[in-house]
Write a protein that binds this ligand. Structure first.
Ligand SMILES: NC(=O)c1ccc[n+]([C@@H]2O[C@H](COP(=O)([O-])OP(=O)(O)OC[C@H]3O[C@@H](n4cnc5c(N)ncnc54)[C@H](O)[C@@H]3O)[C@@H](O)[C@H]2O)c1
Ligand SMILES: [Zn+2]
Length: 356
């Protein structure tokens, strides 16, 4: 991975020194209406580059991560006479990072780009690894490229204005990294509560740094997702199915919540298929159920859930569903094929654990 990861709560200084390192080219800030209100005034106060930049503000919300908003960004870049030597600074959550990164990668065949993630999910996941995209034709992330930013400036200073639900959603991806890393990190994370009133952004920064390093290590080994990068799908095969079911019920759940419940179910599968230790499964499940609550399903939902898992573009071929499972914390097994009966048994056990 070529992308620099800078962990600091002096974000403005870090951005200015990155822009200085690029020779003070023209700067365009891409942000959304939420981050423009909560973060941009603070960052512009601390950064000469951001204060003097062209500002491009898109509507907040994933439904705006689309071709129309992207065209709007390209138009603004054209109008400001941005050049290939210019730099785009994405200030926002994963939605801004994905779309701003794609705009930068494609405008004049590629401008440089710096990410300033302002949600926990963006800090720990979306701003690292070079995946950029927009949604298209009703399909998430349908059009995009792998394009690494020059750097991500990762901090916790902007998280105070995030709703607790957003923090928990991002924390689920940190839990995933911990399961992939090993017992030490997992214990640290299960001992920490990311929710108010205990939430402490300063205590979160070192945990965040360790967590991002896990993603960095895995992505560096497999930039284009041919092998081990698939381990990052842990919890997501079932999680995406829960997300789809929630959407079909017209009561969507945050991505990280679905992943948290998905990880519990996939740890059950890991226990069944690879003898993942049951004490760790129980500790993890207790933490998730206490902090994320319960996603209600009954056996009538199983066919729809399994159909959704079959459609998962990353994990399924026509005749089988693949999972990333774990022998133990830190010992993933990618491309583990599981039978439909085993998936149903795991969903039964998830319901037992959840008391539903
Ligand atoms: N590229 C990747 O590897 C990758 C990985 C995971 C997720 N993603 C993408 O990330 C997106 C989800 O990211 P997200 O959860 O950050 O959502 P988001 O970017 O939509 O942000 C959520 C909301 O928080 C607001 N916001 C941002 N920062 C804030 C702050 N500091 N204070 C108050 N409000 C703030 C935003 O305006 C928005 O309304 C999805 O599009 C998903 O596909 C990409
Ligand atoms: Zn995820």
């Amino acid at each position: 991975m070529k992308q620099k990861l800078i962990f600091t709560n002096q974000v403005g200084e870090a951005v200015d020194s990155l822009v200085a390192g690029l020779g003070w080219p023209g700067v365009a800030v891409i942000t959304d209406t939420g981050a423009a209100e909560a973060v941009l005034p603070l960052l512009a106060n601390d950064s000469k580059a951001v204060a003097g930049a062209t500002r491009i503000v898109v509507e907040a919300g994933d439904e705006h991560k689309n071709l129309e908003s992207l065209a709007g960004i390209w138009e603004r870049l054209s109008a400001s006479e941005a050049t290939r030597s210019g730099v785009v600074v994405n200030v926002g959550g994963g939605m801004v990072g994905d779309m701003g990164g794609f705009a930068a990668a494609t405008f004049k065949r590629g401008m440089k780009c710096i990410n300033v993630p302002t949600t926990l999910l963006a800090a720990v996941d979306a701003s690292v690894g070079g995946k950029t995209a927009i949604n298209f034709n009703g399909v998430k992330n349908q059009i995009g490229v792998f394009a690494e930013p020059v750097a991500s400036v990762i901090s916790t200073v902007y998280f105070n204005t995030l709703p607790a639900q957003e923090i928990l959603s991002g924390y689920a991806e940190m839990l995933k990294h911990a399961l992939l890393e090993g017992d030490d990190m997992l214990t640290k994370l299960l001992d920490y509560s990311p929710v108010y009133p205990a939430f402490d952004p300063d205590a979160l920064l070192p945990l965040l740094r360790e967590s991002v390093k896990v993603k960095e290590r895995i992505v560096s080994a497999d930039l284009t997702e041919q092998g081990i990068r698939k381990a990052l799908n842990l919890g997501h095969t079932v999680g995406h199915a829960f997300e789809s079911l929630a959407l079909s019920r017209k009561s969507p759940v945050p991505h990280g919540y679905a992943v948290a419940w998905g990880m519990v179910t996939e740890l059950v599968l890991s226990h069944m298929a690879l003898r993942f230790p049951s004490d760790k499964l129980h500790r993890f499940a207790d933490y998730v159920l206490k902090n994320y609550g319960v996603f209600s399903i009954d056996c009538k939902d199983y066919p729809a859930l399994i159909a959704a898992m079959r459609q998962d573009k990353k994990n399924a071929t026509p005749d089988k569903i693949n999972f990333t499972l774990l022998h133990d914390a830190g010992r993933p097994e990618i491309d583990s094929t599981v039978s439909e009966d085993d998936i149903k048994s795991a969903l039964d056990i998830y319901r037992d654990l959840a008391g539903i």
